[in-house]
Write a protein that binds this ligand. Structure first.
Ligand SMILES: Nc1nc2c(c(=O)[nH]1)N=C([C@H](O)[C@@H](O)CO)CN2
Length: 118
C-alpha cells in the first residue's frame, strides 16, 4: 500500500486531565501515515491528483492548536476523523505523542488505525 506521511508534526495545545494542565499549552507530536495511490500523481505530476501533505498539516495545526481535550485518546480520534472524512483517506495510522508527560520517558501517547468510507 502506498502512503503519504507526516512525521513529527509538533503543535502546542491545551491537553491533560489535571487542573494545572488546563491552564497551560503543551506540545503534542503527530506521526501520520495515510493510504493513497502513488501511480496517478506520478503519471500526471499534478498536485491536484495526490494527497497534499501540506493541506493536511495546515488543517491539523488549526484544529489541534485550538483544541482543549483532556485525553490524548480523544484528540487522536478527532484528528483521524478529520483525515478520513475531509481528505477522503481510506486508511490512516496516527501516533500522538505527549513528550515529557511522564518523568523518565521520552514521550507517551496512543497509536490508532482507522478506515474511511472511501
Ligand atoms: N491513557 C492516558 N493516560 C493518561 C492521560 C491520557 O491522556 N491518556 N493523561 C494523563 C495526564 O494528563 C498526564 O499526561 C499528565 O502528565 C495521565 N494519563
Amino acid at each position: 500500500m502506498d502512503k503519504v506521511f507526516i512525521e513529527a508534526l509538533e503543535i502546542e495545545c491545551v491537553i491533560g486531565i489535571y487542573d494545572w494542565e488546563r491552564k497551560i499549552k503543551q506540545p503534542v507530536v503527530l506521526d501520520i501515515e495515510m493510504a493513497f495511490d502513488n501511480t496517478l500523481p506520478a503519471a500526471t505530476d499534478d498536485i491536484a491528483d495526490t494527497l497534499d501533505y501540506k493541506a493536511v498539516s495546515k488543517r491539523l495545526i488549526q484544529f489541534v492548536s485550538e483544541s482543549d481535550f483532556g485525553l490524548v485518546e480523544t484528540l487522536a480520534e478527532r484528528c483521524a476523523a478529520i483525515i478520513t472524512s475531509e481528505f477522503g483517506v481510506s486508511h490512516v495510522r496516527l501516533k500522538l505523542s505527549k513528550p515529557g508527560a511522564v518523568r523518565g520517558s521520552k514521550a507517551v501517547g496512543v497509536i490508532i488505525e482507522r478506515y474511511g468510507s472511501k
